[in-house]
Design a protein around this ligand. Sequence first.
Ligand SMILES: Cc1cc2nc3c(=O)[nH]c(=O)nc-3n(C[C@H](O)[C@H](O)[C@H](O)COP(=O)(O)O)c2cc1C
Ligand code: SF4
Ligand code: SF4
Length: 293
Amino acid sequence: MKNTINFETCSKCGECADVCPSDIILKSDDGNYFFPEELEYLCVKCCQCMAVCPTNSVKVNGFEYGKDVIDLQHDIPDYQHFVNLLATRRSVRNFKDKEVPDELIQKIIDSLAFMPFGFESGVIQITVVNNRKKLRESLPLFSAFYDKMVDWMANPISHFFMKRAMHPAMYATVKDHLLPIIKSGHYKLESGDDNILRNAPCMLIFHSRLNAPEHLEDCWIATTIAMFSAITLGLGSTIIGLVPPALNKGKGIKEVFAIPEENEVISALILGYPKYKMKKTVNRPKNNINWLK
Ligand SMILES: Cc1cc2nc3c(=O)[nH]c(=O)nc-3n(C[C@H](O)[C@H](O)[C@H](O)COP(=O)(O)O)c2cc1C
Ligand code: SF4
Ligand code: SF4
């Protein structure tokens, strides 16, 4: 199968050739737009050619009008409504004693179909743990992992190797932020408190094959979109940065969540119905913006 243009329906407007980021739609001497076969390997399957065509004349291999390339809805939020949604998002760490219906989680996952991706779509794998009991049962593994981290950091030899293996930002987070919290006993389970997974009813774990191109970026984009989708469905969420290192480096934790050993876990999002309704938001200091004109 190849990419094709239907010459009979094509109005020769040239928009497909103009939008193609790979410049692989050419115009022949007789004015027809076509895909040269020898350039097809450069197609990134963005489907912008199909989306822009006013006569549905383009066919990208593997994509069909009506199924994969679908009509747009035009009732999108304006700027203020979008900002209102952003301002509504807060990390939710207290959940109602109410389970999340699978259908809502499916809706969150469906919304990810429209996200940008770095190289190829579908490199992300999402493990849905919609089971409060299972999450609760996994807590001792997380707690033990972080207890061990204190020992590793205290030992000059393992400390040296950890520092060498970690990204400088990760090392700083562990040393300056995480270690004092672990040492304070915050993640201990004896009190009955769960300061790791916050007694959430559900968790989404985003992971990927280690060698999948741009998977880290794609997982973070998906996590961010999932947070906002959740709000529109009446749910709250929090990114749990404690989860990926424990799954990636802790013995046997991936197995508990049926995550392939060779996969890298990038992010995790706990989900549930918020117990409290926030009456205010925080307008935080802006990032450091440098306008060059
Ligand atoms: C990469 C990342 C990791 C995070 N890890 C945790 C975590 O392990 N536990 C937690 O309670 N919150 C975690 N958070 C949530 C942040 O603490 C929170 O987003 C931040 O304090 C701002 O508060 P807000 O989300 O309520 O606006 C994480 C957020 C990010 C972006
Ligand atoms: S799918 Fe994208 S890259 Fe491929 S021909 Fe169409 S516009 Fe060009
Ligand atoms: S966008 Fe459609 S109608 Fe226009 S030149 Fe391309 S195939 Fe033809």
